[in-house]
Design a protein around this ligand. Structure first.
Ligand SMILES: Cc1ncc(COP(=O)(O)O)c(C=O)c1O
Length: 452
């Protein structure tokens, strides 16, 4: 063994001994892949292998790996003012400029942004914005949050309670009270012949009426459900959901942690359906993962409630790293790249082409559904196309086959409510070259055939 191999082996052993990972199980780390370098849509591991980053790591490296401009922005900001408090009475230029910039890119009704350090914290904050808003409006009992089955909103305690993928609950229950879940707009598995968009929006209204509208603060929804298996809603869903929220005085929180910053071919995704939410959670793509940052955008009416508050009702929500100057400077450099390189438009155009490529896999007997929007897509595996009987357990084998062919992707395990097949999830960086996108389609096809 050469020195490099010995060093890599020692790292694997130290990893097993001392590092607890997200979604940790020791068997996954018997031979962990240790990433050492990223360039564009490619990742290199400590054993010298190259992989296509088929999921932009965790749906977040939108501009691709290795952009020196972001390192330069961090270096320049750290050398000047690495950190300063943004608490009451204090501020800093990168945070101010990034908030202004993001509001300019988002929905017309948005007014101001609060910064966090990631997606779960953004959603925790959004729930508190919603409760705060209703207390300010004199409706203190509006506290409940409705989410959808298959939704993923992070795994801190309240975010986990909105997340509706049972694997995340089993060892950490009970859930926080006042969170409830309804049917998702999952067209491929919607029972009967009705429109899943209408039916799933009406399921939200039923829940509001069942609980009493005077108890519901907000509905939280990913515009396209990501970790749940890239579930793209029918076009009827969000316009109807918006009407239902308005009818019952319920806020609509768009969880755009994945879909923000160009992933679906728009800066923010609700625009696909002409809908404006009241609150927007974002993270991931705001810095393309180069530094941890997230946030919540508040619409004019929610912002006004904060601005008009008497001192004894001030917005007592906070975090040390809210408005972190270095993270915000990196966010600004990231948005510069997305704009200059036309990555939002590219995501729309290349995403369509990528989806067309994946559609050819429908000829395989194990492929039940192919869906996507912009640069996020899924291939759902079935045992039987006619009955749509889910294939469960095939996904991990396909993912392993893909890795041997040089592609990293993830699968969402089947089962759940409603029951589904394993779904292969793909979300490459927005800049991924055409030839690499074609290669992804080829590898996914070969891997399904090899694993079936
Ligand atoms: C839609 C959505 N919301 C929230 C989160 C949680 O973000 P984080 O892992 O940064 O807490 C994720 C993470 O994948 C996500 O996909």
């Amino acid at each position: 063994m050469n020195d490099v191999a010995i060093a890599a082996d020692a790292l694997v052993v130290a990893d097993q001994r001392h590092l607890i990972h997200p979604l940790h199980h020791p068997k996954d780390h018997a031979n962990a892949r240790i990433f050492v370098e990223g360039r564009g849509a490619m990742l290199r591991t400590s054993d010298g292998r190259e992989f296509i980053d088929g999921l932009s790591c965790l749906w977040n490296v939108n501009i691709g790996h290795g952009r020196k401009e972001l390192a330069d922005a961090a270096q320049a900001q750290m050398a000047t003012l690495a950190y300063a408090s943004a608490y009451a009475g204090f501020s800093n230029e990168p945070a101010i400029r990034l908030a202004e910039r993001i509001i300019g890119l988002a929905y017309d009704n948005m007014a101001a942004a609060y910064f966090t350090t990631g997606g779960a914290e953004s959603n925790e904050s959004a729930f508190k914005f919603a409760r705060y808003y209703w207390k300010r409006m004199g409706k203190p009992n509006k506290v409940k949050i409705i989410s959808r089955q298959y939704g993923y909103h992070g795994v801190t305690l309240a975010a986990m309670s909105a997340t509706s993928l049972p694997g995340y609950h089993k060892m950490f229950g009970p859930l926080v009270p006042e969170f409830l879940q309804v049917a998702p707009p999952y067209a491929y598995r919607w029972p009967g012949n009705g429109d899943a968009g209408i039916g799933a929006a009406d399921a939200v209204e039923e829940a509001i009426l069942g609980q009493g509208a005077d108890t519901i603060a907000a509905v939280i929804a990913e515009p396209v459900m990501g970790a749940g298996g890239v579930i793209v809603p029918p076009p009827t869903y969000f316009p109807r959901l918006r009407q239902i929220c308005d009818r019952h005085d319920v806020l609509l929180i768009a969880d755009e942690v994945i879909t923000g910053f160009g992933r679906t071919g728009r800066w923010f995704a609700m625009g696909h359906w002409g809908v404006e939410p009241d609150l927007v959670s974002f993270a991931k793509g705001v810095t393309s993962g180069y530094l941890p940052l997230g946030g919540v955008m508040a619409s004019k009416r929610v912002h006004q409630a904060i601005e008009d508050a008497p001192p004894d009702e001030k917005f007592m929500h906070a975090a040390t790293y809210s408005g972190h100057p270095t993270c915000c400077a990196v966010g600004l450099a990231n948005i510069d790249i997305i704009e200059k390189e036309g990555l939002v438009e590219r995501s729309a155009v290349q995403g369509r082409r990528f989806l067309e490529g994946l559609e050819t896999l429908r000829s395989l007997s194990a492929v039940g559904d192919v869906r996507g929007l912009g640069m996020m897509a899924a291939v759902e595996l079935v045992e039987d196309k006619g009955s749509r009987k889910p294939a469960i357990g095939l996904g991990p084998r396909v993912v392993a086959e893909a890795a041997t062919r040089g592609l990293i992707m993830r699968q969402r395990g089947g089962g759940g409510t409603p029951v589904s097949g394993d779904s292969l999830c793909l979300a490459p960086p927005l800049m991924t070259p055409e030839a690499t996108l074609d290669r992804i389609v080829q590898i996914v096809g070969e891997s399904i055939e090899a694993a079936s």
